[in-house]
Design a binder for this molecule. Structure first.
Ligand SMILES: [Zn+2]
Ligand SMILES: [Zn+2]
Length: 178
């Protein structure tokens, strides 16, 4: 792993959330938000309802801008986001999770927690100068963010859907040539 587990988990979660607002919006119901919580966060949480959905949807562009920034811009954005949200980092141990950082208290607004936890994860990325782990999807029609934490840095597409679409296109192009 390039980063500690909780950093990597939050970065993956933030990328999925940011990408849900790219192209066709895929975060349109409380159920899809709950699915994202269950699939990507390390804490048990269920959305309280449509208001929470709206507030989380509304921070996606902040996440997208942060995750697609160059290093200096990312550093400034992290500082601004942490200051604006009144982050108070605390070491926490809960469930199966050993001591790790939470940026705001557990009863903070969920959208704020997502932004702060993403900003905290980006601290590691900026400090380790690993911004090139982030890229934009190689699909010509997609601007989704690609996060590549693999050793050989082989990820080019933001999703299996984009990967498959391009694999099919490449296959057809080969067939047409032969
Ligand atoms: Zn935690
Ligand atoms: Zn894509």
């Amino acid at each position: 792993m390039v980063f500690t587990d909780d950093t990597a988990i939050m970065l993956q979660a933030a990328v999925v959330l940011a990408n849900s607002g790219v192209g066709t919006d895929t975060m349109t119901t409380v159920e899809t938000l709950d699915g994202w919580y269950a699939g990507h966060l390390h804490t048990e949480h269920r959305a309280s309802g449509p208001e929470e959905l709206e507030s989380v949807r509304a921070v996606r562009h902040l996440l997208y801008d942060l995750l697609s920034s160059d290093r200096d811009t990312a550093a400034t954005r992290v500082n601004d986001l942490l200051a604006e949200s009144g982050a108070i980092p605390q070491l926490v141990r809960h469930g199966a999770w050993d001591w790790h950082l939470h940026g705001v208290s557990a009863d903070a607004d969920p959208a704020t927690r997502i932004v702060v936890d993403t900003a905290m994860a980006m601290i590691d990325v900026v400090r380790d100068d690993e911004l090139d782990r982030f890229g934009i999807c190689a699909d010509e029609t997609c601007t989704g963010i690609v996060l590549d934490l693999s050793r050989n840095r082989s990820r080019r597409f933001c999703s299996t859907a984009c990967g498959n679409r391009n694999a099919v296109a490449a296959y057809r192009a080969r067939q047409a040539r032969d």
